[in-house]
Design a binder for this molecule. Structure first.
Ligand SMILES: Cc1cc2nc3c(=O)[nH]c(=O)nc-3n(C[C@H](O)[C@H](O)[C@H](O)COP(=O)(O)OP(=O)(O)OC[C@H]3O[C@@H](n4cnc5c(N)ncnc54)[C@H](O)[C@@H]3O)c2cc1C
Length: 555
């Protein structure tokens, strides 16, 4: 009874995990690890054994590939001059960790301390470090991880310092000229500073959670992985989750969970599934024609995301564009990759960056920076993949405010799981967020004007030197700024049903046998990229579930 696509699904199992993404793969591995429990993992997408998933730079290809991507579109954003945002999400084993940009950042200490301060004991930074430590096999030597004394975890985190483009050093020099310090490691405790990003790759191959956590567990007899299984709704006996109904190959079946159902379908689909199953606000459920199981007005609310923008520059010196645009450059890099698993194709395009304060009066970094020694376009209107950068020498400077205070929402419009929910990110809804964006725009210009960068930059192409006033820069942001793909918070963790969806054990308030474990439970967005903290959530959730299994018999 193991994991192949063609195996017959069991009618009952101990744990049903819905969604094989960043968190779901962790849960499937950890819950089946001791051999005592039968675990079934339902994933709407298919196998991750695809060239463009394994090849790190291939995420430029999967960005629009509907075979592995849900390809969501938001409602019109008023603050983005009425534009809709394109939101890629992984629909494949590994979920979004199979299509993301691989930057590994845990987050700031205060991010998690704030989680605990929201009424979530056990989620402060000191308490979550052991779960970060447990998850990684890192090239870095974090003191905090050594203290946890857990040995090597499944997820390879690689240093890239020796391989990144030489212009990264120019950018780091520029950052120092601006007054920012340089750090060797964003994940060892203090994240402030600029440096080279660590990425989730192993020997030059993408390290998704499917590669790190599922592949080693595939042969376990007590783990069943069912791909192309689209969960439709959770079934209940009163307020106890009994199982999950899903469709596969045109037929619908119900799988019964003797212990628990765990939703790990991500920040869009976990709240969608709760609402489809009757847990949500009365008006949302009634509007979609879904029968109420439990009223909770927080489902789908508190949506948070990072929003950022690229500043484009033509350069006087060669960049990755020169290495990857010509056919002979692609051939050379392709051969290098095949022979050595190294080179530009083995890396993310987000090579350097950091966490900085845009004002000395601030106590914490408020801005994440990215330096890409390449320029390219990713708008849906111009589907030019990253493997085809601009045909001239160019680079990108980018930023995203760390902790936006705007909150959006997403809700179902129909009782049919295949109808995408309505997503309203509500970007730039607060004065603080607008101020942060403006500070970021000015910072791009200041960095570009440092002696080191000014020496290599020929001209700014977007937004262009004519735009200088706050009004013009803000309007440019409203025209071009967009998601950095970190939605979270839509099944937020908190002390009660009046303010949140799950408690600090990740149990859905008022419901038995049902937890949510993925980026949707973040009470507040972390200051950096969201894959690492989501994997941490998967690790901690697994511990919480196994702990309660020790005291609770199966139903
Ligand atoms: C293009 C892109 C670039 C990114 N870059 C970075 C980066 O560089 N660094 C970083 O840290 N983060 C990055 N992120 C964000 C990060 O990858 C996500 O925050 C993280 O993967 C979220 O994990 P999750 O477990 O919450 O959801 P996901 O990983 O999205 O997993 C959800 C899973 O549930 C499945 N599912 C959904 N609905 C159903 C259903 N009804 N039935 C069955 N299965 C279902 C999905 O198919 C998916 O496999 C990026 C994301 C994207 C999209």
């Amino acid at each position: 009874m193991n994991q192949t696509d063609n195996s017959l699904p069991a009618a009952t199992t101990d744990y049903i995990v819905v969604g094989a993404g960043s968190a779901g793969c962790v849960l499937a591995n950890r819950l089946s690890e001791n051999g005592k429990y039968h675990v079934t993992l339902l994933e709407a997408g298919g196998s991750d054994r695809r060239f463009w998933i394994k090849l790190p730079i291939g995420y430029g290809k999967t960005y629009f590939d509907e075979r592995v991507n849900w390809k969501y579109t938001t409602e019109k954003n008023t603050a983005l001059n009425g534009r809709c945002s394109y939101w890629p999400r992984g629909k494949v084993l590994g979920g979004s960790s199979s299509i993301n940009a691989m930057v590994y950042v845990r987050g700031a200490q205060r991010d998690f301390d704030d989680w605990a301060n929201h009424g979530n004991p056990g989620w402060d930074y000191q308490s979550v470090v052991p779960y970060f430590a447990k998850s990684v096999d890192s090239d870095f030597d974090h003191e905090s991880d050594k203290a946890a004394n857990l040995g090597r975890g499944p997820l390879k985190v690689s240093r890239t310092d020796s391989q990144v483009h030489p212009l990264c050093q120019t950018w780091l020099q520029a950052a120092q000229e601006h007054g920012f310090n340089v750090t060797d490691d964003f994940n060892g405790g203090a994240m402030e500073g600029t440096g080279i990003y660590a990425i989730t790759t192993r020997n030059g191959v993408r390290e998704s959670t499917a590669a790190a956590y599922l592949d080693p567990a595939r042969k376990r007899k007590n783990l069943q992985i069912i791909t192309h299984a689209l969960a439709q709704k959770i079934e209940f006996d009163g307020v106890r989750a009994r199982g999950v109904t899903y469709t596969r190959q045109g037929s619908s079946q119900t799988l019964v969970a003797k212990r628990e159902v765990i939703l790990s379908a991500g920040a869009i689909n976990s709240p969608q599934l709760l609402e489809l199953s009757g847990i949500g606000a009365t008006d949302v459920l009634q509007g979609a024609g879904v029968q109420t199981v439990m009223i909770n007005k927080n489902v789908g609310e508190h949506l948070q995301d990072h929003i950022g923008i690229n500043y484009y520059y033509r350069t006087r010196v060669p960049t990755l564009n020169d290495a990857l645009y010509p056919w002979y450059g692609k051939l050379r890099e392709g051969l290098k990759y095949i022979l050595t698993r190294r080179g530009h194709l083995s890396l993310s395009v987000n090579q350097a960056g950091g966490f900085v304060r845009t004002s000395d009066s601030m106590q914490h970094p408020n801005m994440q920076l990215y330096f890409n020694p390449i320029s390219y376009t990713t708008s849906p209107a111009d589907k030019r993949p990253l493997m085809n950068p601009d045909p001239w020498s160019g680079l990108l400077l980018s930023f995203q405010p760390c902790r936006p205070s705007s909150r959006g929402r997403l809700h179902i419009k129909s009782p049919d799981v295949s109808v995408a929910p309505s997503i309203e990110p509500n970007y730039l809804a607060t004065n603080e967020d607008v101020a942060d964006v403006l500070a970021g725009c000015h910072l791009m210009r200041e960095l570009a004007a440092t002696p080191s960068l000014a020496a290599v930059i020929e001209k700014e192409t977007h937004p262009g030197p004519d735009m200088t006033s706050d009004e013009e820069l803000l309007d440019d942001f409203r025209n071009r700024g967009d998601t950095v793909f970190h939605p979270c918070g839509t099944c937020a963790m908190g002390p009660d049903a009046g303010t949140s969806v799950v408690d600090s054990k990740l149990k859905v308030h008022g419901i038995e046998g049902l937890r949510v474990a993925d980026a949707s439970i973040f009470p507040n967005i972390t200051s950096g990229n969201t894959n690492a903290p989501t994997i941490m959530v998967g690790e901690k959730a697994s511990d919480l579930i196994l702990e309660s299994a020790r005291d609770t018999p199966a139903h």
